[in-house]
Design a protein around this ligand. Structure first.
Ligand code: ADP
Ligand code: MG
Length: 336
């Protein structure tokens, strides 16, 4: 059985009257890529800073590798943090930046060199050892920051929106790489982001934070397929929230089918309505359907070559929206 790398128990943090982390509990496994996902201000950074030891909780406790570290200062915890702004030393070359932590800890020169070299290999920066940060691209600087953190061989690496400063394409490349690096080094990663696509692409599990509480924890597929709350349903992808039969349901736009009202529908469950809007998006077409019951539904259909449906519906058309029963997810009332 693998031991927990990090346990957060009933942690509370206030700034003045503002409760920014409100009774959070988490259990992160050794070797896991764990992401805290939530909008700006939801308390992600504060929670990460408490795990790192830069902030003290007002209540609750934090365990690292089974030991209570709640009262232990940051430098005595087996964690390292990678920040968005890299914080590299501009006057030092790449190797010196990576070795810095080892030098401070008086690790012998030979071992320092070897470990720095290994870390640089790991992040694929071989050959750039003698460059200064100013001579590197944003993605390369981010890799140096990463190498500098993993060279210390922490049990847990904390990453606070580390790709936030990169443009979209590079960010997507780095997502794939970061995940590969994490697998290679086998260190537990706790990753903070407000970008749901990034969280989905990289994580073993995701904790979705909202207003200082965790609304749901699960694998990317779980939280997408079975959102526990309307907030999660809307924050992870797009969802339709529909009240039917005294319950509140989440319906993903790509699980909905459209047919003409008098044609047989292809799903188990159905609702008649009228096409309000058709938006052609290249890979797919998005329809807004105003149901007779009053709700608006978003429906997306991929534009596959043979799919005549996508070309058939126009604003004003009467349609039947249908879906398979299993694709309608009832939301947990206790959490709404
Ligand atoms: P996130 O990282 O999810 O954007 P933060 O943890 O940074 O959220 O912030 C959560 C809330 O706590 C915000 O409302 C923020 O303004 C507040 N906050 C964070 N740090 C401090 C601080 N040092 N003093 C006062 N308020 C703070
Ligand atoms: Mg933050």
């Amino acid at each position: 059985m693998s031991q927990s790398a990090v346990e957060v128990r009933e942690v509370v943090k206030r700034f003045g009257d503002n409760v920014v982390v409100n009774g959070v509990s988490l259990d992160i496994l050794t070797g896991e890529f764990f992401t805290m996902l939530g909008p700006s201000g939801s308390g992600k950074t504060t929670l990460l800073r408490m795990i790192a030891g830069f902030e003290a909780p007002d209540a609750g406790s934090i365990f690292l590798q089974g030991e209570d570290v709640t009262a232990r200062p940051a430098h005595l915890r087996p964690v390292n943090t990678v920040f968005q702004d890299y914080a590299l030393f501009p006057h030092m070359d790449v190797v010196a930046n990576v070795e810095y932590g080892l030098r401070v800890r008086k690790v012998a020169r030979k071992e320092r060199r070897e470990r720095a070299q290994r870390a640089l290999d790991m992040v694929q920066l071989k050959g750039l050892e003698s460059r200064r940060p100013a001579q590197l691209s944003g993605g390369q600087r981010q890799r140096v920051a990463l190498a500098r953190a993993i060279v210390n061989e922490p049990a847990v690496l904390l990453l606070d929106e580390p790709l936030g400063a990169l443009d979209l394409k590079l960010r997507q490349e780095m997502q794939v790489e970061l995940k590969a690096i994490q697998r290679r080094v086998g260190i537990t990663f706790i990753y903070v982001t407000h970008d749901q696509e990034e969280a989905m692409a990289m994580s073993d599990r995701i904790a979705i934070m909202n207003g200082g509480v965790i609304e749901q924890i699960g694998a990317p597929r779980d939280v997408y397929e079975h959102p526990a709350t309307p907030f999660v349903a809307r924050f992870i992808g797009t969802s339709n929230i529909l009240d039917r039969g005294g319950k509140r349901w989440s319906l993903r736009p790509e699980r909905l089918r459209l047919s003409l009202v008098d044609a047989p529908p292809t799903g188990d469950d159905r609702a008649p309505g009228q096409i309000q809007d058709v938006v052609y998006l290249g890979m797919m077409t998005r329809y807004i359907v105003h149901l007779d019951s009053g709700a608006d539904l978003v429906v997306v259909r991929t534009n596959e070559g043979s799919d005549a449906l996508s070309a058939r519906h126009a604003p004003g058309d009467r349609v039947m929206v249908s879906w398979h029963e299993r694709d309608a997810v009832v939301m947990d009332h206790a959490l709404i």
